[in-house]
Ligand binder design. Structure first.
Ligand code: WT7
Length: 652
């Protein structure tokens, strides 16, 4: 039923209702203004959405392409834009954050309170010697101190590097080393599925012999922790002594705001660098227009963890720049009962809800009775991000969560793009299930063939951004060469007029010119909406004494979109140490320990050979066929064409 359904539904259109369109934030004038003068459009947006301590006169400097400068002679303070100015405008009593802890404890934090907390935290950071440009690592659960820390770092012009709390000590250490962080902000532990998971312990392992001078510890889990005198400090003790006054200093628009590590095709994660003025302009612009934000009345909830870019742009910077009221939740969707998220929607009367397809699909599996036990009638806009959303899930989302009326904005973007690039506008676009559809006003994208020519309507190709945009990454931390190679060389043909950004995604343009995302074209998997590199997991596998060689592929998975499937050759000397089943479970745990649970392979197959070309490249395409239970494709370029037969026989 479902596949027929999706075929039929591909032609379905869901135009906004006349009532929605009538009070929509974004109207046709946005696209008209952007088409008339793109740079003027961005300058106007930036002046309207942000407070500039020193107004800019230049919009874009692209003379050092692909290193862009936006609003370069302007100065602003990012935290002031997210906090003080709302208080000064008389909105200090507006709730910024309805926080809900997993055990059910809550905190309601107004803009005035959040501003005061951030000021104290800024004074604390300064007292620890943190200055403009210094890097601070954050390794925290989803508690208000995570938001407060990010804003306090921004407020003093320092640079945060948030590391997802599910990452291992090794992953944390390599990120600390790469950014040469001076301080780590963490918690004793956080709540997950009814248990406290230790964070401080992981930090203790990660920071020895690094650049880290202090570890600031928020008390949350109340679990026991080891303490290094002189290095470790309790957040609550330090904060209590801090002045609640702190004047926000203005920094250059291009002052670095954060580094966020993301997977690439080689093993080493890339530190994606974002700066201040352009980033805040586009996160505020997209958050307001894509989600149709009415800050006086809406309650917004983005379920992403602050460890991912979605948490940076659409939990912290976009919503707070716009003075939104939002829900922040510490725990997992289904604890202590499967309907927890929907109970929170009812409790806080959430009107704008933004999540990932993997979550939607797991709720679909559990059945509609779970969300239907809660009153979801407050929801009026739904968002999706992280991977393509299949039409069945799209329709279910609209019908069951959106009451059959809420428009869905399927938002395409990346850690590198900083903010949403392709999405319907909910009061304007007739939405199509499964398509992200149109570049936002001010954004220029295209789909190209391998030679760099635009494909015809109805054709597929490679997605590119053809003009610089305000929230674009400014580089890879410490590695300008890799930045150019990875994103800007693919279509850098002699004589080409402009530099184009290659996103690594395949896409199709339909007959209307709307964009359908087709997934990654490189060796990067998308597991539950998060990018993982095959190379990184392979290197974790070969770091185990059992393993001689490893190959990892992403295989289609009903819930997570893709799942990690590994093929390993066990060293001859280790062959008798464990059975294949034992080796497989040890290696799954090993990867989780090395990188984090998100990277744990769904399966590890022990094989005798891996399929390779004559030049020695592993043919992942064939392994993907095995992992997805398909007939094996063309094997003629294999060095040894019998290998696939041997592998499939062995796995039967
Ligand atoms: C990759 C970026 C953007 C925040 C979350 C992930 C995929 C993202 C969509 C979408 C189809 C999507 C792409 C992209 N992706 N959104 N709406 N439709 N695919 O950030 O970890 O930087 O991953 O996620 O493949 O390249 P990220």
């Amino acid at each position: 039923m479902n596949s027929i359904d999706s075929l039929l539904h591909e032609d379905r259109r869901f135009p906004p209702t006349p009532e929605f369109a009538a009070s929509a934030v974004a109207g046709p004038e946005l696209a008209e203004a952007a088409a008339a003068d793109r740079l003027q459009f961005w300058a106007d947006q930036s002046r309207e959405l942000l407070h500039w301590h020193r107004p800019f006169t230049q919009t874009l400097d692209w003379t050092q392409a692909p290193f862009a400068k936006w609003f370069a002679d302007g100065q602003l303070n990012v935290a002031y834009n997210c906090l003080d100015r709302h208080v000064l405008a008389g909105n200090g009593d507006r709730v910024a954050i309805h926080w809900e802890g997993e055990p059910g404890d809550t905190r309601t934090i107004t803009y005035a309170e959040l501003t005061a907390e951030v000021k104290k935290a800024a004074n604390l950071l300064a007292s620890l010697g943190i200055r403009r440009g210094d890097r601070v690592a954050i390794y925290l659960p989803m508690i208000p101190e995570a938001v407060i820390s990010m804003l306090a770092i921004a407020r003093i012009g320092a640079v945060h590097s948030v590391v997802f709390g599910g990452f291992s000590a090794d992953s944390l250490r390599s990120r600390i080393d790469d950014a040469e962080a001076k301080l780590v902000i963490t918690a004793d532990g956080g709540w997950r599925k009814g248990k406290v998971f230790p964070l401080k312990k992981t930090v203790d392992q990660a920071v020895t012999e690094t650049s880290v001078e202090h570890v600031l510890v928020v008390r949350r889990g109340e679990n026991e922790v080891d303490w290094t005198e002189g290095r470790d400090l309790w957040w609550h003790e330090e904060i209590a002594t801090m002045d609640a006054e702190h004047e926000a200093e203005a920094f250059d628009a291009e002052n670095p705001l954060f580094i966020l590590y993301t997977s690439g095709t080689t093993g080493k994660p890339k530190g994606i660098l974002h700066t201040s003025g352009g980033y805040l302009t586009q996160t505020a612009y997209t958050h307001k227009n894509v989600f149709d934000l009415h800050p006086e009345t809406d309650v917004y909830w983005c379920t992403a963890d602050i460890g991912w870019v979605t948490g940076h742009s659409y939990v912290v910077y976009g919503p707070l720049a716009n003075g939104a009221t939002q829900v922040l939740y510490e725990g997992t969707p289904e604890f202590p009962e499967p309907g927890r998220w929907w109970q929170l929607v009812e409790k806080y009367k959430v009107s704008i809800f933004y999540t990932a397809p993997t979550a939607i699909r797991s709720f679909m599996k559990q059945g509609r009775q779970i969300p239907q036990a809660s009153d979801l009638s407050s929801i009026r806009v739904l968002g999706s991000v992280g991977e393509p959303i299949n039409p069945e899930a799209w329709i279910w989302y609209r019908d069951i969560i959106g009451g059959g009326t809420a428009p869905i904005v399927d938002t395409w973007w990346q850690t590198e793009t900083g903010a949403i690039m392709i999405s319907p506008l909910p009061g304007l676009t007739a939405t199509k299930p499964g398509s992200a559809q149109v570049a936002l006003p001010g954004i220029s994208i295209d789909v190209l063939d391998d030679d760099g020519a635009a494909v015809e309507k109805g054709q597929g190709g490679l997605l590119v951004v053809t003009e610089p945009w305000p929230s674009m990454l400014r580089g890879i931390w410490g590695d300008p060469e890799r930045f150019i190679e990875t994103y800007w060389e693919k279509f850098d043909k002699p004589g080409a007029r402009r530099r184009m950004y290659f996103a690594g995604d395949g896409a199709r343009k339909d007959e209307d010119g709307d964009i359908w995302l087709l997934g990654r074209v490189d060796d990067v998997m998308n597991v539950s909406g998060h990018r993982l590199s095959t190379a990184e997991i392979e290197s974790a596998l070969v770091s185990h004494p059992f393993v001689a060689e490893a190959a990892v592929v992403g295989a289609a998975d009903e819930t997570t979109g893709q799942a990690v499937v590994a093929f390993v050759i066990v060293k001859a000397s280790q062959a008798d140490v464990a059975t294949a089943d034992e080796a497989s479970s040890i290696l799954r745990a090993h990867v989780a320990e090395q990188i984090g649970a998100i990277a744990r392979p769904r399966q590890v197959y022990v094989v005798n050979e891996l399929p390779k070309t004559r030049s020695g490249k592993i043919m992942r395409r064939l392994l993907r066929d095995v992992a997805e239970g398909r007939e094996i494709g063309d094997t003629t370029t294999l060095a040894d064409t019998t290998v696939m037969q041997i592998i499939t026989d062995k796995l039967k």
